[in-house]
Design a protein around this ligand. Sequence first.
Ligand code: ACM
Ligand code: ZN
Length: 760
Amino acid sequence: MLSRVLVRVSSCTLFGLLVLTAVAAAQRPLIPLPVRVVMQPAAFHLDASTPIFIEGDSALPRASADFLAAMIARVSSFTPSIKAHEGGAPPRGSILLSLNRSGEAASPEGYMMRISPGSVIVRASTEAGLFYGLQTLRQLLPPRFESTAGRDTVRSWDLPCCMIQDAPRFPWRGLLLDCCRHFMDVEFVKRTIDLIAQLKMNRLHWHLTEDQGWRIQIHKYPRLTDVGAWRTEADGSRYGGFYTQEQIREVVAYAAERHVTVVPEIEMPGHSLAALAAYPELSCTGGPFNVANSWGVFKDIYCAGNEDTFRFLEDVLDEVMALFPSEYIHIGGDEAPKYRWEHCDRCQARMAAENLTDEHALQSWFITRIGRYLEKHGRKLIGWDEILEGGLAEHSTVQSWRGMQGAETAARTGHDAIVSPTSHAYFDYPVSSIDLEKVYAFDPVPAGLTTTDAAHILGGECNMWTERAPQHLVESKLYPRILAMAEALWTAGWQRRYDDFHRRVQAIYPRLDTLGVTYGFEAPPVRFALQRDSAAGAIDVAMKAGQPGLQIRYIPDAGPARRYQSPVPLRGQGELRAFAEASSGRSGAPLRSDTLSLRYDLHRGMDAMVTLGQKFSDSYTAGGPAGLIDGIRGSENLHDGHWQGYEAKDVTVTLDLGREQTVTELAAGFLQYQPAWIFMPRRVTFSISPDGITFTEIATIENSASDRVEAPFTRDFSTAFRAQTVRFVRLTAESIGTCPPWHPGAGGKAWLFIDEFIVH
Ligand code: ACM
Ligand code: ZN
């Protein structure tokens, strides 16, 4: 939830000597790491006299040769010639691209490359394999090679000699790009395809329809884009855009040239408010609706009892299938509240007619019907892991996002799966939740699967949802984490070592600079490490930079910013703020981070024994019970690690202060963020006890905050009283239970988020 606006260092390195030195070669900044690399202390000299030879057993790899020639021509004073090779060893001083379709390469996307002083040979059994060989070759050239500054006077490069054998671990290596919450222009989508292809990623999962915007032109239903592509923002401005069919063909062709398959996602039955704004008769209530201008999950979805819904969806899919040659079509299927279906006569009649026991079975029936339609047209259905609920349709592929369980269940029941769990693959989450190292630790195969079941794991994706990422921020969220994802999907787990990868990331930054990638941080630029000093009544805060090349500055409760040198003691109440700056002006680090803040309140309860009446969610633990009394307050960021979350449960917290103490105030903090289904408690009751058995209520505080506010906010429920001598204190926070009827998640489980039970 933390937005990181990055101000960047401009790169002004001088490239006087365009020769890759032995030292640079030894760094081998290859990402993803190939299966086998043997470097040799010699070089191949590439210059205007270097021809590209091509050979093939059935067709010449013309496209690869053109790609390589264009790449060289872009930054040099020459364009290499391309010639057919008649077999045998390549002529001295040449580059040979060899396509042998009957080659024994184990993987269709694999390649073999040998660079020796006399020649460069790249062999593969497919054009994709050759393309990946060339991406590796590209990373062995200096970053200057990526310049788009135009042709210049560069006349030669040295390529380090090596032998590389390579093939991917997984066939599905994807990026989900959500162009609905924020619209991305065609040039940006193409650039993104270019960038992921360099990392040997081969799927663009293009999220094209949403509550907040319908982005694909459908000739038969012009209102989808006339109406559905535009929303009125809270400030009255109009926001939107869509891709014409011609633009979509252009993107699909551009991607195909880079061996990227574009997989369209057309969401159903939920996340469809933009379509319903255009055609309200496809809903259960008939509308009217507006294209959503806030984030969340909305209860108005396609009516499953109306035949027109299926006519519409099939017509839409006909046009989608004509545009996208992808074998797979993603139909969403996630986060479809069942509230409208429960209250719709037509949906209920459908359930009766089809003998369906509940609305989950109705969703399963819906998805199965669409899956059959796709199958009839030679395509396969992918859906988010909710499509498992109520029974998984035959031949469908599951994309696991709520953890790994969806993938595990799919694989165990003989279905294919794509893995993109919120824990590792959600790049809309801030680096404070998912940092570079965490992504690198991602293993797409759920633990405990047999080898046979594991073969159903096609691979994974990183998901770039864009609620908080308009186009200009997307790269700062994708990079550098996508480097880790690319390697997790290409390179075998046993080959991967984070320290080695991290070194290669540092070495690849200058290349990203030349490519103009506006990357973000690897980790929170400032990490706080807290040490309790009970004797001094303080918390000592040590601060550590999240990556090399950063200097930390902090702003105490009062006074100007200071350079961080040693732990800062906190006492009483207040807020400590800190930010990081590039210490050396080197490229590879943003100039200055956002300011991070730590709110603190040192209180009497901090040494207590904590007893919880209920178990908190595994996703929002606050680090365990003691996180509720650590003196550090939860912020408006629900992912900050300080919040303890409870789903549709009351919360009881009892503190044993260890001995009788004089207490004058009790308070507890809560978070509300209703688009994420997090609400204030209905009321909070405080009680005290001398023995931990008999408690006396001292106050009940009713919630007075509106549940409609869309922005996240925190609120303290507190009570001050005449001094009491007590040993035990308790709070009970009453959950509202379910989301209120007006809410998009009406009837769904509401969350309660608590942090810090404060005793003064
Ligand atoms: C999802 O994040 N709702 C798939
Ligand atoms: Zn209905």
